[in-house]
Design a protein around this ligand. Structure first.
Ligand SMILES: Cc1cc2nc3c(=O)[nH]c(=O)nc-3n(C[C@H](O)[C@H](O)[C@H](O)COP(=O)(O)O)c2cc1C
Length: 215
C-alpha cells in the first residue's frame, strides 16, 4: 500500500470483529511503530500491548471508574474554545448521529464504547517516561501516527482512544505501569466489522485554505 493511500483510507473503527490479531502481525506493527523519529533519538515512549481477555478485563475496570467519576470524551481545553472548534465538534456529532441510530446504539456510545475499546482484540497503551515534560508527548504522537499508518498497511483497523487517559491511574495499576509514567494515548487495534454502519463514518476535514498559511 502506498503511504498516500493509507493516509486517505484510514479512519477510526468503532466496531471490531471478535477475531484476534496474530502475534506476528502485532510484532510487525510495533516494530514499524518504533521506527518513528524522536527528538535527539530519545525514543521517550514505551508501549504496552494488551491482548484478548485482558482487554475486556481492563474495559470492565474502566467502565466501573466511569460510573463513579463520570469523566466523558472532551477536548480537555482549559479555556473556552473558539467557535470554529465548537462547530467542528458539532459537525462530527451531526454526521455520527444517523449512523449511531442505524447501529442501534445510544448517544453515550462514544463514551461507553471507548471505555471497552470498542471490542478490539488488542490495545496499545503509549506512555511517556515521567522524566520528560509533557511536551515530549509529541514524540509519542509521531510513533502513534506511524502505528496508524503501519496498521492500515497490515490490513488492521484502529481507533485512537484518549478518553481512557482520564483514568490513567486505573490503566497503570492494571498493567503494572510505573506510576511516574504519563499515559499519552491508547489505540484499539483489530479487524473492522464491515457490516457495522458505525464503521461507514467518514469524518470531514477543514479545507486547506482554512488551515494552511503561505508566505
Ligand atoms: C488524540 C486522539 C484522541 C481520540 N480519542 C478518542 C476517543 O476517546 N474515543 C473515540 O471514539 N475516538 C477518539 N479519537 C478518534 C477521533 O474522534 C477521530 O480521529 C476523528 O473524529 C477523525 O476521524 P477519523 O479518525 O475517522 O479520520 C481520538 C483521536 C485522537 C487523535
Amino acid at each position: 500500500m502506498q503511504i498516500s493511500e493509507a493516509i486517505q483510507s484510514r479512519r477510526s473503527c468503532r466496531v471490531f470483529m471478535d477475531q484476534p490479531v496474530p502475534q506476528e502481525t502485532l510484532e510487525r506493527l510495533m516494530s514499524l511503530t518504533c521506527r518513528a523519529p524522536s527528538a535527539i533519538n530519545l525514543q521517550p515512549w514505551q508501549f504496552t500491548v494488551v491482548r484478548g481477555a485482558e482487554v475486556a478485563r481492563l474495559g470492565k475496570k474502566l467502565t466501573r471508574a466511569y460510573s463513579e467519576r463520570g469523566i466523558s470524551c472532551g477536548p480537555d481545553n482549559t479555556q473556552p474554545l473558539p467557535e470554529v472548534y465548537m462547530e467542528r465538534q458539532k459537525e462530527l456529532g451531526r454526521l455520527m448521529a444517523p449512523l449511531m441510530e442505524k447501529a442501534g446504539v445510544d448517544r453515550n456510545f462514544i463514551n461507553t464504547g471507548s471505555l471497552v475499546f470498542y471490542g478490539a482484540p488488542a490495545v496499545v497503551v503509549a506512555t511517556l517516561d515521567g522524566a520528560f515534560p509533557p511536551e515530549r508527548a509529541i514524540d509519542a504522537g509521531f510513533a502513534l501516527g506511524w502505528l496508524l499508518m503501519a496498521a492500515a498497511d497490515l490490513g488492521l483497523a484502529t481507533c485512537p482512544i484518549g478518553l481512557v487517559c482520564s483514568y490513567a491511574d486505573i490503566i497503570k495499576d492494571f498493567l503494572n505501569i510505573d506510576s511516574t509514567r504519563r499515559v499519552v494515548l491508547t489505540v484499539a487495534v483489530g479487524f473492522a466489522d464491515p457490516d457495522s454502519p458505525l464503521n461507514r463514518m467518514r469524518s470531514p476535514r477543514a479545507s486547506m485554505e482554512q488551515v494552511v498559511r503561505w508566505y
